[in-house]
Design a protein around this ligand. Structure first.
Ligand SMILES: Nc1ncnc2c1ncn2[C@@H]1O[C@H](COP(=O)(O)OP(=O)(O)O)[C@@H](O)[C@H]1O
Ligand SMILES: [Mg+2]
Length: 302
């Protein structure tokens, strides 16, 4: 039969491009096109998860018959590069929250994600690696080992992390110099002022170059002068890209952060941003009342 010059087109008869044809095939036989292929490391529309994601976290302590609810359904996200102060009166749950953020304690209910990973799914090895390498802790009471040099104090956690002796020594010296106490490396805690002891503790926290620094009332035992110096060190660490979460009950200290959260009876009752995520923290915009001899808090990467 001779085909005429014209024939009516039915739906399905249209000439198709290769892509249209391929798209109509079932997925298991469809050839992969460049657009289908995953692009490693590039997720233009997907934002990185927050470094800290707390979802409806509660914490209850049981003391015999007494139950103390230290945290009530706390939800909180902290983005990479932020500098957050957590305020609240004594007993409001600040340390309980920090212990959970640092994986030193677990929530009674709710979920806690670091970099989008649920901490409750990590095994003991992953957790200790996280605590050792990704989080730097600083406490109010410095927690230095007495009768042990500053250098050895800074080296200790690196021994747990499995670094060789020469590597530990090198990093410890760099970290002490970075916080302005390089010349005190051989001194024991009792031979150092409170401010110097806290700098040694900060050096210990940053020696492994953690991305997250958690500090629980780090200036609680310091005079105003030493407080300012420690805050400047935290601020520098922050401008170098580290996320800093600092607990304090002092408004002057909280005012140096980029964001301030307030806890009351285990609940977040206020969440205020003082300056942008990428801004220089307030304390570095003021003139220092004196020089601390530290040039940069950066610990060189070797
Ligand atoms: N290990 C614990 N056992 C029992 N109760 C605790 C424990 N830790 C904290 N608490 C209680 O939880 C509440 C919050 O404590 P905490 O987080 O230390 O407050 P903050 O650091 O704000 O002073 C308080 O009532 C405290 O007594
Ligand atoms: Mg506390």
């Amino acid at each position: 039969m001779k085909l005429g010059r014209w024939s009516p087109r039915r739906p399905g008869d249209e000439p198709q491009t290769e892509r249209q044809h391929n798209a109509s095939l079932p997925s298991h036989v469809r050839p992969r096109t460049p657009r289908d292929r995953p692009v490693i490391g590039a997720h233009p529309r997907r934002r990185r998860p927050p470094v800290i994601g707390v979802h409806d976290v509660s914490k209850t302590f049981e003391l015999g018959q007494i139950r103390v609810r230290a945290l009530h359904d706390v939800s909180l996200q902290i983005q990479r590069g932020d500098f957050v102060a957590i305020m609240g009166s004594s007993g409001s749950g600040k340390s309980t929250l920090m212990n959970i953020l640092g994986c030193l304690d677990i929530p009674s209910s709710g979920r806690y994600l670091i970099d989008g990973v649920d901490v409750s799914r990590m095994d003991e090895d992953e957790l200790s690696d996280l605590r050792n390498r990704k989080i730097g802790f600083v406490f109010q009471s410095f927690n230095l080992i007495p009768r042990t040099s500053a250098l050895a104090n800074v080296e200790l956690p690196m021994a747990y992390a499995g670094l060789s002796r020469p590597e530990r020594r090198l990093r410890a010296r760099d970290a002490l110099a970075a916080v302005g106490v390089g010349k005190r490396a051989d001194h024991q805690p009792s031979e150092l002022s409170g401010g110097e002891q806290q700098r040694v503790a900060v050096a210990r926290a940053i020696a492994l170059n953690p991305a997250l620094i958690l500090a629980d009332e780090p200036t609680g035992n310091l005079d105003s002068h030493a407080t300012e110096e420690i805050l400047r060190i935290f601020a520098r660490l922050n401008t170098e890209g580290r996320t800093v979460v600092l607990i304090t009950h002092e408004p002057d200290v909280a005012a140096q952060a980029k964001r301030v959260l307030r806890l009351q009876d285990g609940r977040i009752v206020d969440d205020r941003r003082l300056c942008g995520l990428l801004d220089v923290p307030p304390v570095l915009r003021q003139k220092s009342s004196h020089s601390d001899g530290a040039t940069s808090a950066t610990v060189p990467q070797r």
